[in-house]
Design a protein around this ligand. Structure first.
Ligand code: TRP
Length: 448
């Protein structure tokens, strides 16, 4: 359907960087330190790492394989691989999740854009953490400004998706991701050497298993999905732009480890600073927007580094947002035969509108709550802790039991691509990963 020839990545490295670009984003730098703070530190980090290996990497291989085999969007993939069955509903869940996630993701990316300007104009010069908090509250409590930043961020996302993924993003990621990494290393070193920071490093690395209840386990699982962009077809869609010959398991391991390394660096930057400045680790989503300016103020050329950092964070968020919008656009393109530009503009505008409650949730709508959560926190909780794990569970069960691991292994090993641990992977996909996911999902939701 649609009749347009399918775009493909221009190079292997382009594919790996774009997929790593999807994975690395606010999930690593904003969401991971926040989740670690809310869930008690070391034990959460440990469980997170275990789940990356038990669930994250196997599922990344699953999504890439399904996408490359079908050469279709997330809904089309299930239709093509198992025609005449209701499996395509898994894809519908994925497209719905893309809408919800991007709607609040763009609001937070908008705060990051606003922070670039605050640093460029030196707004944070010599202020105490309490004053930084006040500035953050003023920014996010305003009804209009955050909406404009959210709109600007969505416009940028639409702009890149309209021009096709292959060109700009492949080139940008290659230069900017290494710069972000270097800057994070510098920042982590500064933060860990602050007076009183050691306690934070210990808190992060010493597991306190008493804090690890089922809610924290569900949080760790949700974080694995969110950070690796899994469970709703973003990685599957990127896999569908692969031509044959790419080493899928090798790329998946490489991408996942890059993602974990960046999340750990972000936590090692933010948590020690929280302890050094005597802030509260459990503040939730505002955490990085309060601690990071304080770290920058404690170093020479703080405003310069601050501007640079939030520019890079915004770009990292953009390369992730693109993959979310691309899930929606690929569906409109393949299944409904729309033009790319029309699909991107219409999808982007609807997502902008859907994000308005999240944008107002720290201001005039802060009293509008469901289960005690604001619109932003609710959208985040429902998508990461319910929609993604559920989508991921259905996807592994689909590959493991409906489509079949033998077919999958044949697809992965095409053109003599080696996959030494193929048997282990097949076992994980059929048994281990679904059982772990189902167990955490059910027990976590049972016990709110
Ligand atoms: N992984 C990205 C991040 O860490 C966000 C993201 C992009 C995402 N695509 C996704 C999250 C798909 C869930 C599903 O910032």
């Amino acid at each position: 359907m649609g009749g347009q020839p399918r775009e493909h990545w221009q190079s292997k490295i382009g594919f790996v960087l774009a997929t790593a670009g999807s994975a690395v984003g606010l999930g690593n730098i904003w969401r991971f330190p926040t989740a670690v703070g809310l869930n008690g530190g070391g034990a959460f980090v440990l469980l997170y790492l275990v789940l990356i290996f038990l669930v994250g990497i196997p599922l990344m291989i699953v999504e890439l394989t399904l996408g490359r085999r079908s050469q279709r969007n997330v809904i089309g993939t299930f239709k093509v691989l198992k025609p005449g069955t209701p499996w395509w509903a898994t894809g519908v869940l994925g497209v719905a999740a893309a809408f919800v996630i991007l709607s609040f993701y763009s609001v937070i990316a908008g705060w990051s854009l606003a922070y670039i300007f605050k640093f460029v104009f030196g707004r944070f010069a010599d202020v105490a953490p309490s004053a930084i908090q006040a500035q953050f509250d003023a920014l996010t409590g305003d009804p209009v400004m955050p909406l404009l930043w959210h709109g600007l961020f969505m416009a940028l996302t639409v702009g890149v998706v309209v021009s096709g993924v292959a060109k700009g993003i492949e080139r940008w990621s290659r230069i900017l991701m290494p710069v972000l990494l270097v800057l994070l290393i510098v920042l982590a070193l500064r933060s860990m050497t602050l007076e009183g920071a050691r306690e934070g490093v210990f808190w992060l690395l010493r597991p306190d298993f008493a804090r690890l209840d089922v809610a924290a386990a569900l949080g760790a699982l949700g974080q694995v999905f969110f950070s690796l962009s899994l469970g709703m077809g973003a990685i599957l869609t990127y896999g569908s732009y692969l031509s044959r010959g790419e080493n899928i398991p090798g790329s998946a391991v490489y991408i996942a480890l890059t993602d974990v390394a960046i999340a750990m660096l972000a936590a090692l930057t933010i948590i020690p600073a929280v302890f050094a400045f005597g802030l509260d680790v459990e503040v939730g989503p505002p955490l990085i927007f309060i601690t990071l300016p304080a770290v920058f103020q404690s170093m020479p050329l703080g405003n310069l580094f601050g501007s640079l950092f939030f520019i890079l964070l915004s770009i990292a968020a953009l390369t992730s947002a693109i993959s979310l919008l691309e899930v929606v656009v690929a569906y409109f393109l393949d299944e409904l035969g729309w033009k790319r530009a029309a699909a991107a503009v219409l999808g982007g505008s609807s997502i902008f509108l859907l994000g308005i409650p999240a944008s107002l949730s720290r201001g005039i709508w802060s009293g509008v709550r469901l289960f005690g959560l604001t619109a932003l926190d609710l959208a985040d909780y429902v998508s990461s802790n319910i929609l993604l794990p559920l989508g991921g569970l259905l996807t592994v069960v689909f590959l493991g039991w409906a489509w079949g691991t033998q077919r999958a292994l044949r697809e992965i090993r095409r053109d003599d691509t080696p996959f030494v641990l193929g048997g282990v992977w097949a076992f994980m996909v059929r048994w281990l990963a679904p059982l772990v996911m189902a167990y955490i999902l059910i027990s976590g939701l049972w016990n709110p």
